[in-house]
Unconditional design. Structure first.
Length: 277
């Protein structure tokens, strides 16, 4: 968990650049891509993290080091953002990496807004999440930082195949496996879904059923969960014949599983617990 200084630094910096990023047009894609790369570099170089966040080091020295590393090789706004970040106070060195990643996702969201695909990207992330729910080995491999990166890339692209995912979705999914950041793959995808949901001012509700939801069911669920979370929701319907019946509903990290399989598993656990007693 980030300390107060880091939370303030992250939020104030991102707020100060929000309007500029929003107005950056198609440059937002490259800015986000560069910031994902910088996040990865920082994550794998603790000495560099410390050098750029050392409170006893003059800001001018940090900016000089930053210029030696990326000056002239990145978008001007990428350099502006990183210069602002190194000038701030951090609770721990690693938190500047988190801020760079937050900025990268912000840039991708603004690019999605500009392209008119924000909801589409959010839905595609939910589709990727749903596809991985019953593939624990694949999820583990995508999160395995010790496996060759090309193997992880190949696995991801074999999974999404020719699904015609938007390039922003693909970039976010690729970042999630290229640099797991000590997170499980599904955890990162859910984090991204949550960020897009907050950005759009609504929540994503993923409903998994054995048969497609009717319009009436979708409308009813939207009413229920809009009231529950206090803002509009988008119902993402996933059909999975293996659930047999009932619904599996996920909102953020909260999962309500009323499928037949889940009920049978719960019954089995209760019977086993009674036997052990």
């Amino acid at each position: 968990m980030r300390g107060e200084a880091s939370r303030v630094a992250d939020r104030e910096s991102r707020d100060s650049f929000a309007a500029k990023l929003r107005a950056s047009g198609d440059d937002a894609w490259q800015i986000g891509d560069e910031l994902f790369g910088i996040t990865c570099t920082l994550d794998h170089n603790p000495r560099l993290q410390r050098a750029l966040t050392d409170p006893g080091r003059p800001v001018a020295d940090k900016v000089k080091l930053l210029d030696e590393l990326i000056g002239g090789r990145v978008q001007p706004m990428t350099m502006e953002i990183m210069t602002d970040l190194v000038s701030r106070s951090w609770s721990r060195a690693y938190d500047i990496d988190n801020a760079a990643e937050d900025f990268a996702v912000d840039a991708m969201m603004y690019q999605a807004d500009k392209d008119g695909v924000t909801l589409r990207v959010s839905i595609e992330l939910a589709e990727l999440q749903s596809a991985l729910l019953n593939l624990p080995v694949v999820r583990a491999d995508l999160s395995n930082a010790d496996s060759p990166i090309q193997a992880r890339y190949d696995l991801l692209h074999a999974l999404i195949g020719n699904g015609n995912f938007n390039k922003i979705t693909v970039r976010l999914a690729t970042h999630s496996t290229r640099n797991p950041r000590n997170r499980r793959y599904l955890e990162t995808i859910q984090w991204l879904i949550n960020k897009f949901s907050r950005h759009m001012g609504e929540s994503m509700v993923t409903v998994t059923t054995a048969a497609p939801l009717t319009d009436a069911q979708s409308e009813r669920l939207a009413q229920i969960y809009s009231k529950k979370v206090g803002r509009p929701v988008h119902i993402h319907s996933v059909v999975d014949e293996t659930v047999m019946g009932g619904m599996r509903i996920q909102v953020g990290d909260e999962v309500t599983d009323n499928t037949v399989i889940a009920q049978l598993q719960n019954l089995k656990r209760k019977v086993k617990a009674g036997t052990n007693d």
